[in-house]
Write a protein that binds this ligand. Structure first.
Ligand SMILES: [Zn+2]
Length: 164
């Protein structure tokens, strides 16, 4: 457990994170798990602190100097590898996913909406349309998602990460 953050603060803030801009791969994985994570080029140093305060989010960082800036609760990630980072968060925040898996846009963090197959006919490649039954879409960035082999690969990878 990082000394920077108390268990009750984690419980309050878990699943609402503000990630430092150097944590791109971790962010993608957290969103796969359905966690609410803001991330972007403006999120480092004071920008990160401001954003976390404004939305009451738990900061994730690899920046050792952040603590000199009197940040709100944060978790310092010990490893530079996203697998270890994710493992640390699963351990320290008790992250669970279940039916929240693949519920969030990996690119912009919005919650995905399910959509009827016939509404995406012109929007996805023909082989995808003919081979898939379930689609969801992001109403913010308009990306369309469907379960495919990459999702299964992600689940396999996740299993290895979560159960070391
Ligand atoms: Zn999106």
């Amino acid at each position: 457990m990082s000394k920077s953050v108390q268990p009750e603060e984690i419980a309050q803030n878990a699943s609402r994170f503000a990630a430092d801009r150097m944590l791109g791969r971790l962010v993608k994985w957290l969103r796969v798990l359905g966690q609410d994570v803001i991330y972007g080029p403006h999120l480092s140093g004071y920008g990160l602190i401001r954003a976390a305060r404004a939305e009451n989010r738990l900061i994730l960082t690899r920046d050792r100097r952040l603590k000199q800036k009197q940040p709100p609760p944060y978790i310092y990630l010990e490893s530079e590898h996203f697998e270890d980072q994710l493992r640390q968060l699963i351990r320290e925040c008790g992250l669970k996913w279940g039916d929240r898996l693949f519920s969030r846009c990996l690119v912009c963090n919005s919650i995905l909406q399910t959509c009827a197959k016939d509404t995406v006919k012109k929007l996805v490649p023909p082989y995808v349309y003919s081979s898939q039954e379930h689609f969801s879409w992001c109403s913010t960035c308009l990306r369309i998602y469907w379960p495919a082999t990459h999702q299964q690969k992600m689940l396999d990878a996740l299993e290895k990460i979560a159960v070391p």
